[in-house]
Design a protein around this ligand. Structure first.
Ligand code: SF4
Length: 390
């Protein structure tokens, strides 16, 4: 039985965090209902919309069982639960569903008893929590809306509503973060016993206000208080040590889970399994093609609701060479590694020379046919991937 993941993009936030490089907008709440309606239409009518947009949804890739749903953003927990419920109902009405995981990304300050119980009633059984830090100075500097106290208020609400599968996100490298404050965040996180933890390194690029300020050498947004690259790397290593000691399995570069609590949806991305994304800016992969919906949320809602037309920003058919590259760099993100023999057989490729040179450079390790990132190179995995794809 083949399975399919569904991603729902909700590109709205209450404010713009200084480090954010996502396509999200701060909009009035009266924009949420037409957006949710458009997502429901896109789900119900995806076959016709895709056909009109030139997307080739093959029969065999369009009749699998939907087993995972991930509602991300943005801050989807801002939506009225009625809207989330109608989106999940649209998925049930359109696809064959045997849900094992329905994840909602939520920010701690948005969580109320009423919302949590409505989410659980809709079938949401996992919440990915944008914690980022337990230190208020860091949260304030990053422009986050929540404070440490909100995390402690929200976790019991979710558990009492029956949502015990909780994931926490932390960011290593926030302004004002120190070894001591990072250790404090890790200790508090561990004491709350989430089943899953994601640790991301702060990205400094032109896509965020903080990134632009750092690149311009300015001081706004606490740009002068960023930890160094070495400190960030040591934060990542400290997280790995503490989480490993606390019984979490490091299964992907940025992700740790208690046994059996790995993200079933996100594993599909790294295993190149198909998923359909609905909503403005959502990405999809059919197994043969990758495409992305246009980003403008207002235009998306207008053109779906009024004209039943879907704007696609990018659409490409994945060539065998690209598919092989994806197998390598997505597969190696998983700490269990890749099976070289299987990949070589599937693609008719000879990768021995490439892997041997990465091995000699100490970037990967080999046990029989299994190739893994070398433990000391996980925090610089992007450099390994550049060499791998060269
Ligand atoms: S809550 Fe997330 S998506 Fe929204 S602005 Fe902050 S970092 Fe970006």
């Amino acid at each position: 039985m083949s399975t399919l993941g569904i991603y729902i993009q909700v590109p709205f936030c209450q404010t713009r965090c200084t480090y954010c490089n996502f396509h999200t907008g701060v909009v009035s709440a009266d924009r949420f209902a037409p957006y949710a309606t458009a997502v429901c239409h896109e789900i119900h009518e995806h076959r016709a919309l895709y056909m009109a947009a030139g997307i080739d949804l093959l029969e065999e890739s369009s009749r699998p069982v939907v087993d995972t749903v991930y509602i991300g953003g943005g801050t989807p927990s801002l939506l009225d639960p009625v809207h989330l419920d109608s989106i999940i109902a649209s998925i049930r009405e359109t696809f064959v569903c045997q849900f094992r995981e329905i994840t909602l990304e939520a920010d701690p300050e948005t969580i109320t008893i009423e919302k949590a119980s409505a989410w659980a009633a809709s079938g949401i059984n996992r919440v990915s929590f944008g914690v980022q830090s337990f230190v208020d100075t860091e949260l304030v500097a990053a422009g986050r809306m929540h404070r440490r106290a909100d995390i402690y208020r929200a976790v019991p609400i979710l558990r009492e509503a029956g949502i015990s599968n909780i994931s926490f996100d932390l960011i290593a490298g926030l302004p004002h973060q120190t070894r001591e404050s990072w250790a404090r965040s890790l200790a508090e996180l561990s004491a709350l016993e989430p089943r899953h933890v994601s640790v991301y390194l702060l990205e400094v690029d032109e896509g965020s206000r903080l990134g632009r300020e750092v690149l311009a050498g300015g001081k706004r947004y606490s740009a002068g208080a960023l930890p160094s690259d070495d400190e960030m790397a040591s934060f990542y290593e400290a997280a790995g040590k503490l989480l490993g000691d606390a019984g979490y399995h490091h299964y992907e570069i940025s992700n740790w889970a208690k046994p059996g609590s790995e993200s079933a949806h996100n594993l599909k991305y790294w295993r190149r399994e198909p998923y359909l994304g609905f909503g403005a800016g959502a990405h999809s992969f059919s197994g043969l093609q990758r495409w992305a919906n246009a980003h403008d949320a207002a235009a998306y809602a207008r053109s779906i609701n009024a004209d039943r037309r879907l704007s696609i920003e990018t659409l490409e058919t994945v060539s065998p060479g690209q598919a092989l590259d994806e197998e390598l760099f997505l597969g190696l993100r998983q700490l269990d590694g890749i099976n070289l023999k299987k990949i070589e057989a599937a693609y008719g490729a000879d990768l021995q020379g490439k892997i041997s040179s990465l091995q000699s450079a100490g970037l990967v390790e080999r046990e029989g046919d299994v190739i893994k990132l070398a433990p000391g190179k996980i925090s610089i995995s992007n450099e390994v991937f550049v060499q791998l794809l060269a």
